[in-house]
Design a protein around this ligand. Structure first.
Ligand SMILES: Nc1nc2c(ncn2[C@@H]2O[C@H](COP(=O)(O)OP(=O)(O)OP(=O)(O)O)[C@@H](O)[C@H]2O)c(=O)[nH]1
Ligand SMILES: [Mg+2]
Length: 232
């Protein structure tokens, strides 16, 4: 009887060892999200002790800010633009009810529309942020893995190896899959998987997404992956 009662209590979550894993709804429902800090300079990075962090990176215009809006279930909490190079600071968003469950970090893009000072703050952040749990590297389905992406992936791979994967892990996310016809997409995706693997064998396998409001795909998979990375 006691066992039946405890099983029933567990229905709101999945029992795992001594802790209960939250459901997607516990974290991402009700569009519970707020901006809690912005940093253009290393000295401006907010401490925000306590919550695990997830950051996104990728070429300018790849869809970083749009993906974060979709994950948080918000239309325009994060500013997006057709023009590459729109996000110019690290922006911190607390997600979840009450004091929050995790912090999502948007970042400026790299590549030809990136700037050296954006690279500096990013490098400092990933090197020193103790609560950072995962980095998502976004790859545009239309362009595939470009030289700058390979460089960033290989750099993360090296950092990951040097710290034994103990601080954060990283994963590829393919964006804008709605912008390609199915046949082209299939071939494109296998090439992206192969190129990611070649550049960074420790990179977790790509999640395939479309995040624009008119057609969404893979967003729950990204949410689950974020929760798993944060241990919630
Ligand atoms: N079709 C399609 N368009 C998208 C998708 N995601 C983003 N976009 C569009 O791509 C453009 C750039 O999106 P952003 O989210 O601002 O890209 P970003 O990577 O944050 O860009 P920067 O801040 O400039 O580095 C916008 O016009 C978005 O509407 C998607 O999944 N599908
Ligand atoms: Mg942006």
């Amino acid at each position: 009887m006691l066992r039946a009662v405890s099983l029933k209590t567990d229905l709101s979550g999945i029992r795992c060892g001594h802790r209960t894993l939250a459901t997607l709804g516990d974290v991402f429902a009700h569009q519970n999200a707020d901006i809690v800090g912005s940093a253009y300079l290393v000295a401006q990075i907010p401490p925000l002790h306590g919550l695990p962090e997830i950051a996104v990176t990728g070429r300018a215009n790849v869809g970083k800010s749009t993906l974060l809006n979709a994950v948080m279930g918000r239309k325009d909490l994060v500013h997006t633009s057709k023009k590459a190079g729109h996000t110019r600071s690290l922006n911190f968003y607390r997600v979840g009810p009450g004091p929050g469950k995790l912090v999502l970090v948007d970042a400026p893009g790299y590549g030809t529309r990136g700037r050296p000072e954006w690279g500096e703050i990013w490098d400092h952040y990933i090197q020193n942020r103790s609560q950072l749990r995962r980095i998502y590297v976004l790859i545009n389905a239309k362009h595939g893995v470009e030289e700058a992406d390979s460089f960033v992936l290989a750099d993360l791979h090296e950092r990951c190896l040097s710290m034994g994967g103990t601080r954060w892990t990283f994963q590829a996310v393919v964006t804008k899959v709605d912008s390609l016809p199915t046949k082209q997409l299939r071939a494109g995706l296998s090439k992206i998987r192969e190129d990611v693997w070649k550049a960074a064998p420790t990179c977790l396998p790509p999640i395939v997404t479309a995040a624009a409001a008119r057609e969404r795909f893979g967003i729950d998979e990204v949410r689950k992956s974020m929760m798993e990375a944060c241990g919630i």
